[in-house]
Design a protein around this ligand. Structure first.
Ligand code: PEP
Ligand code: CO
Length: 383
């Protein structure tokens, strides 16, 4: 990105940061963040540039992106075997897909969640909502739900440990939601003078924080990492074009990925206009399908779940639209785990199974068997 462009975008700190937790002690937050700013970043500019090059191949139709991991990582679940199971699962899926695959974990930093409501009511008791282990605890008590800035340091330590275990095995990514944390780990590359987020190779902007006048878009415009934006059903083609102008003014191949999560029922209606107009503008972005977030519903048992069939159907629709338009269906963004959980139905699990091993504090993930089955089915669709 040219320096001239950076100058025209306001500092993110002067804009509204949606989803910012109500930190009860801003002074303590400032101290924790200052401590983080003195620590080494978790990834290097060279690694981030290497991912941009790989994603340029995706944008050009010569590779496929497989991005996956937990909806929300848990600080207490970080261990060598658990990390290696996730890495092993993603690698197996990549091998099954049978194309040149760029593998990116949704891991080593995926600790903050955007939420639809600030509070949650259970049995007539209302408490602040759980916002991810980076912010508060998932237990339903006053103390657990109080945002605690010390958690940001624990997120750094857990993410560093994870990156060290993964080292070299795969790129890492997370939603760049907590801008105080992201800014603290952002460093200027002495080689080029460009700023890089040091918390992960690829960061994305969620569907709830992609407003053009918001702090997230301004922060992301200021970093040189490869970045992604989630586009839900309310995203218009005009919005996508404006995001390209703001986030990828130089049209750098591999810089910008659109992760579309429109729902199995709407993807065929909504995706063509987005792809056509972006294509007509001459921009080159990676198009990736998140077939999870548009297909969430409540099971009779009240568990948040997704149907394996809906996940597949959204992918099928996504591939069909690209095939019809002659554009490249660039990849998949999925919530999965290397553990034997029971969170999504179909692919071997019924509603009655959900209670057996439902451990996600947030969205339901594909388990190992479901994820591998998905890879085989998608490999067939891609042939
Ligand atoms: C997520 O990826 O967990 C998420 C919240 O997605 P979205 O921003 O697309 O709703
Ligand atoms: Co999720």
């Amino acid at each position: 990105m040219s320096d001239g462009t950076v100058e025209t975008i306001p500092d993110w700190r002067t804009l509204v940061a949606r989803q910012r937790p109500p930190w009860p002690d801003e002074a303590r937050l400032g101290e924790v963040v200052a401590g983080l700013a003195a620590l080494p970043p978790l990834v290097t500019p060279e690694e981030c540039d290497a991912l941009t090059s790989d994603l340029a191949r995706v944008a050009a139709g010569r590779a496929f992106l497989l991005q996956g991991g937990d909806c929300a990582e848990r600080l207490d679940d970080v261990s060598v075997p658990a990390i290696e199971r996730k890495l092993g699962l993603l690698r197996k899926m990549a091998a099954i897909l049978g194309l040149p695959v760029v593998t990116v974990g949704r891991i080593a930093g995926q600790y903050a969640k955007p939420r639809s409501w600030p509070t949650e009511t259970v049995d007539e008791r209302t408490l602040p909502v759980y916002r991810g282990d980076a912010v508060n605890g998932s237990g339903f008590s006053e103390a657990e739900r109080r945002p605690d800035p010390e958690r940001l340091r624990r997120v750094y330590d857990a993410s560093k440990y994870t990156v060290d275990v993964l080292r070299g095995g795969m790129f890492v990514s997370h939603e760049g939601l907590l801008l105080d944390y992201e800014e603290a780990l952002t460093r200027r590359d002495p080689r080029t003078g460009r700023r890089y987020a040091g918390s992960g190779h690829l960061l994305w902007i969620g569907d709830r924080t992609r407003q053009l006048d918001g702090a997230h878009v301004a922060y992301f415009a200021s970093i040189a990492n490869p970045i992604a934006v989630k586009l839900g059903p309310t995203a218009t083609a005009e919005h996508a074009l404006a995001l390209i102008d703001r986030l990828d003014p130089d049209r750098t191949p591999g810089r910008l990925t659109f992760v579309v999560r429109l729902g199995a029922r709407r993807v065929r209606d909504l995706l063509p206009e987005l792809v056509e107009k972006v294509n007509a503008s001459g921009a080159s972005v990676c198009w990736v399908s998140d077939p999870m977030h548009g297909n969430t519903f409540q099971a009779p048992s009240r568990h948040k779940t997704r149907r394996f069939e809906d996940v597949l159907a959204e992918i099928a629709g996504f591939l069909e639209v690209h095939r019809a338009l002659g554009t490249h269906a660039g990849g998949l963004h999925v919530e999965l785990t290397g553990e034997d959980v029971t969170e999504c139905v179909g692919g071997g699990l019924a509603f009655e199974d959900l209670h057996r091993n439902y451990t996600s504090p947030c969205d339901p993930r594909l388990n190992t068997g479901q994820a591998l089955e998905l890879a085989f089915l998608v490999a067939d669709m891609l042939r």
